[in-house]
Design a protein around this ligand. Structure first.
Ligand code: ADP
Ligand code: MG
Length: 430
């Protein structure tokens, strides 16, 4: 991908925008871009520099993203909307062509990485509520003030605030000799090797510390508990929504198929048209995943049915039968449903309502399960127009409930039982 039209190869210390920004280390990458931590010499702050692939269609997409991010930033001068801030943008010419670059505020790990580090067990409900509030504030602003649909809400696209100081760690600041591999996998190269080695060493140190502590306490410390405490105490649960690469104005939609599969709303699966409420569906899937560590829907195609059909079946098993009117209302409906509104190829559904699932599979207390399901179920209404708006969700009393510390610890301990036995190194290495 590091060829004409593709990614721009960056080395630590490379300068951008006439020397204003200096590359420090790679933060991540996506289908369209690589993202680097950079030092802004004008403001003396660290920023995230998103460098788009150079081919025309990628440049076009970046300009679209800049347009949307500019509207977001202009409408929110106090930067309080829980959406990533665009600071600057420019073009950079390299050996592979001209790359549109976006300068964004520097944020931390995604919620996906948080869940991974937490061994795919859920977060305590108090933390889930804090994160949900942030996402909803972001969605409410997008939907109501700007008329924008995100269309790709998921754990990966929600970033926590960074808790690291880039100046403190030599690997992160780029003071160590890290070189970007110019060819091949954007994830490859020396950077990863050096960081991986460092992480392995660090993981060994952590493991040694834990066994030391275990010995001193007569072996009663559970590794998972120790680990999860460490993770959760450290996080600032404020977060921001990122990745507006596929966002659209509600009145100017160009894509029929939107959203990442597992977070896709039924009206999109059925091609029945969509609006803001597709983000509400994805938000509910995200909230469930935060609280349980599992995806709400993970459809797989089979021999006799497609991924779409499995997806629709999973939705109905959790939420009840789809009203006939909705089921037969999309351009794809005829392929999947008969005229009674029953799936053609998946005839026997195993209903497992959300509150029961939370109790029976995830060991939620009856009270927690009931309250959480009451919050989530309306957001997962099959009829899009019946789903509450982000503004209405923000009014829901569930967001202001507070579990006692004891309840939260019980929750985490219960969820922790699911995956005991993973080594610390594996957790650390994701
Ligand atoms: P793409 O459009 O190519 O998918 P994204 O905007 O999703 O690009 O960014 C790719 C990755 O870069 C993200 O998953 C994240 O790890 C990292 N990243 C993006 N924006 C920031 C930011 N503002 N601060 C820190 N890391 C970021
Ligand atoms: Mg992305």
């Amino acid at each position: 991908s590091y060829r004409k039209g593709g990614y721009h190869a960056v080395r630590v210390g490379d300068q951008f925008a006439g020397g204003r920004y200096i590359a420090q280390r790679k933060l991540g990458w996506g289908q369209f871009s690589t993202v680097w931590l950079a030092y802004d010499t004008r403001t003396s702050e660290y920023v995230a520099l998103k460098i788009q692939k150079s081919a025309a269609q990628f440049a076009q997409a970046a300009l679209h993203e800049i347009e949307i991010l500019s509207a977001i930033a202009n409408g929110d001068p106090s930067n309080s909307s829980c959406i990533v801030r665009l600071i600057d943008h420019f073009k950079h010419t390299g050996p592979n062509g001209q790359h549109v670059c976006m300068v964004l505020e520097f944020l931390g790990d995604s919620l996906l990485r948080l869940i991974r580090h937490n061994r795919y067990k859920g977060l305590g409900l108090n933390k889930v509520r804090e994160i949900c509030k942030c996402i909803l504030i972001g969605l409410d602003y997008l939907h109501r003030e700007l008329g924008i649909i995100h269309t790709d809400l998921k754990l990966e696209n929600i970033l926590l605030f960074s808790t690291i100081d880039p100046t403190k760690d030599p690997v992160r600041s780029g003071l160590a000799p890290i070189l970007e591999k110019p060819e091949g996998n954007p994830n490859g190269g020396n950077t990863m090797n050096i960081i991986e080695k460092k992480l392995k060493r660090r993981a060994r140190r952590v493991a040694a510390k834990i066994s030391e502590r275990k010995a001193s306490m007569g072996g009663v410390v559970v590794e998972g508990a120790e680990k999860s405490q460490k993770n959760l105490d450290g996080i600032d649960a404020r977060c921001k929504v990122v990745d507006f690469g596929s966002a659209c104005c509600a009145d100017k939609q160009f894509a029929e198929e939107i959203q990442t599969r597992q977070y896709r709303a039924p009206e999109v699966v059925l091609r029945a048209g969509y609006s803001f409420s597709v983000d509400i569906w994805s938000f509910a899937c995200t909230a469930f995943e935060l609280a349980t560590g599992d995806m709400m829907f993970a459809p797989k195609g089979g021999q006799d049915f497609s991924e779409d059909e499995d997806h629709l079946a999973l939705m109905m098993e959790l939420l009840g039968k789809m009203p006939r009117k909705v089921a037969i209302g999309g351009a794809q409906s005829k392929d999947y449903f008969d005229r009674h509104g029953d799936l053609k190829r998946i005839r026997r559904l195993k209903f497992w309502p959300l509150d029961r699932l939370l109790v029976e599979k995830y060991n939620f207390s009856e009270k927690d399960a009931g309250e959480f399901a009451e919050f989530l179920c309306p957001l997962l209404d099959f009829a899009p127009e019946k789903r509450p708006t982000a503004q209405q969700c923000l009014q829901h009393p569930w967001l202001n409930l507070r579990n006692s510390t004891e309840d939260e610890m019980k929750n985490e301990a219960n969820l922790g039982n699911v995956n005991v036995g993973m080594s610390n190194l594996e957790i650390k290495m994701g």
